[in-house]
Design a protein around this ligand. Structure first.
Ligand code: SAH
Ligand code: SF4
Ligand code: F3S
Length: 491
């Protein structure tokens, strides 16, 4: 890590100590532990950022809570990829206004992608004046300093950077799951897909040094993590701008060598940069999960060109063929946008054709949302709502039908699952995730969370399974042992 970034991390640590004094004072005034709540909107990157922000709040002395109404400090980590993400934040801010009237010591902070937009900041300054602190995506590492300031100042603090070269590591992190973790391998995006706001709010692409990434994963594994998700807006272009360039595939090979790490996932892969080397590394790996998220966005060449995606429908289909040939058990998922400017129902048919041919295991379908400042927002021919709706509904039906067909193929199989959590509806059940990202619910003790088990996939319910835990020979553990949980599984 460059010297200046080590110094910056130390500087922020010193601010955390300052915050500890202020939080201790608050505790005295309240006569109880002060509580903080971090609410995350958006993607995995934001989820990971929230773990860092939560780590700082906890170190400062706050007890973390998921219940906003109990909190003395509320932080919204926002997303702006589609307008409905923004509207949700404004809606909830209205509620917070009332909460703050009842509880004047409540502090409200906002950060994340939405805050990188000038128009948003102006709106908040005008209509949501009770907000105490706003910061952006480039300076989240400054959170301790800003938090310390908050206790000293009365007026709204706004600190947004337009860009940064800095990558500050090693601040405290509070992980949501003890057995799995996201790991940022790069920040920002250089692709400028014409509909997308991300490059404007997350800045230019910056890769982390491989040795920093490997060290972070080693530490996570030592701390009990068995699965990592490597995060970047386009992981396939990882490492190109490093002083000693390295490919994403080469990074994966290094991650694979980490002893004790059992599963590797990554997000997101841009089809234009997916190399043969990556396919080979995935094929030969024992740890990389049998799942690839490969956003299609659209199936019509004309629309793909206008979206600035740099591939054609045929190139995408050829890539999928190659993937399926080399890794037959791979699950492929995707993102699709309907209603991009100029898109006709014939164009949507091209998208539907790709869905039928690829047979996605899952697809996230979005209605195009106009993002101010992107090239697509200035395009003529914005599509009328009823046409968008018609294309969207038609697409969704095919997506759901093909995903169900794919899911049904696993019926009766015995597969390894990582137990992720106790089922919310029925605490006698847990939810496990298969290598291909499919979920399965089955009876097991809550102490199984974070463990690998073999599960018989008995009944397909469309997008998930219910099943039963079995031993490695495929025998039901229930019948063989006469009880659901065998202690050998809990070591
Ligand atoms: N970097 C990732 C995507 C990040 S955004 C990638 O390239 O795959 C996640 C998804 O949101 C995108 O894949 C896209 O399908 C969708 N999206 C982005 N901008 C959008 C917009 N303006 N309207 C609707 N959906 C959008
Ligand atoms: Fe947005 Fe395209 Fe970058 Fe993904 S690759 S974040 S869709 S600009
Ligand atoms: Fe949203 Fe920012 Fe992620 S805009 S999708 S939270 S990178």
């Amino acid at each position: 890590m460059p010297e200046e970034n080590v110094i910056e991390a130390e500087r922020q640590e010193a601010y955390i100590e300052k915050c500890q004094t202020a939080v201790a004072q608050l505790k005295k005034e309240l006569g109880r532990e002060p509580k903080a709540c971090v609410v995350t909107f958006g993607c995995q990157m934001n989820a990971r950022d929230s773990e860092k922000l939560s780590g700082i709040l906890e170190k400062a002395g706050y007890v973390l809570t998921d219940a906003e109404e109990e909190a003395d400090f509320i932080l919204y980590n926002t997303c702006t990829v589609r307008d409905n993400a923004n509207q949700r934040v404004y809606g909830r801010l209205g509620v917070l206004n009332n909460l703050k009237k009842k509880k004047p010591h409540l502090k409200v902070a906002l950060c994340g992608c939405m805050m990188q937009e000038q128009a948003v900041i102006e709106k908040i300054k005008k209509s949501y004046r009770f907000v105490d602190l706003i910061f952006g995506t480039h300076n989240i590492f400054q959170f301790p300093a800003l938090l310390a300031d908050l206790y000293e100042k009365q007026e709204m603090i706004v600190e947004i950077w337009k860009e940064t070269e800095e990558i500050v590591e090693n601040l405290p992190v509070k992980r949501k799951y003890h057995y799995k973790s996201g790991v940022n391998i790069m920040f920002g995006c250089n692709n400028f897909c014409s509909y997308c706001i991300v490059p404007y709010v997350r800045g230019r692409e910056r890769s982390r040094e491989p040795k920093e990434i490997l060290r972070e994963i080693e530490n996570l594994v030592e701390d009990g993590v068995v699965e990592v998700m490597l995060l970047g807006q386009n992981v396939n272009s990882y490492g190109k701008n490093l002083e000693h360039p390295i490919t994403f595939a080469a990074l994966l090979k290094e991650v694979e060598k980490i002893e004790g790490l059992k599963r590797i996932r990554f997000m997101t892969s841009h089809p234009k940069d997916l190399s043969d080397e990556l396919i080979e590394v995935m094929r030969d790996s024992r740890k990389i999960c049998r799942h690839l998220h490969l956003p299609l966005q659209a199936g019509s060449d004309r629309i793909l060109r206008a979206m600035n995606r740099h591939y054609t429908k045929d190139q995408y289909l050829a890539l999928v063929d190659k993937l399926k040939r080399e890794i037959p058990d791979i699950a492929i998922t995707t993102d699709i946008i309907v209603g991009f400017p100029g898109e006709t129902l014939e164009d949507v048919e091209e998208t539907i054709d790709v869905v039928r041919r690829v047979q996605y295991d899952n697809a996230f379908t979005f209605i195009y949302s106009k993002r101010t400042g992107t090239p697509a927002a200035a395009m003529e021919e914005q599509v009328p709502e009823e046409i968008v709706r018609e294309g969207f509904d038609k697409l969704l039906k095919v997506v759901q039908d093909t995903a169900k067909e794919r899911a049904a193929l696993l019926q009766g199989k015995v597969m390894e699952a990582l137990v992720e959590e106790v089922n919310e509806q029925d605490p006698a059940f847990v939810t496990g995730r298969l290598s291909n990202n499919m979920l399965v619910h089955f009876k097991a003790d809550r102490r199984m969370v974070g463990k690998f088990v073999m599960v018989a996939l008995d009944t397909c319910h469309g997008f998930y399974y219910t099943g039963r835990m079995v031993d490695w020979m495929g025998q039901s553990k229930h019948t063989r042992l006469g009880k659901m949980v065998d202690d050998q599984w809990l070591n």
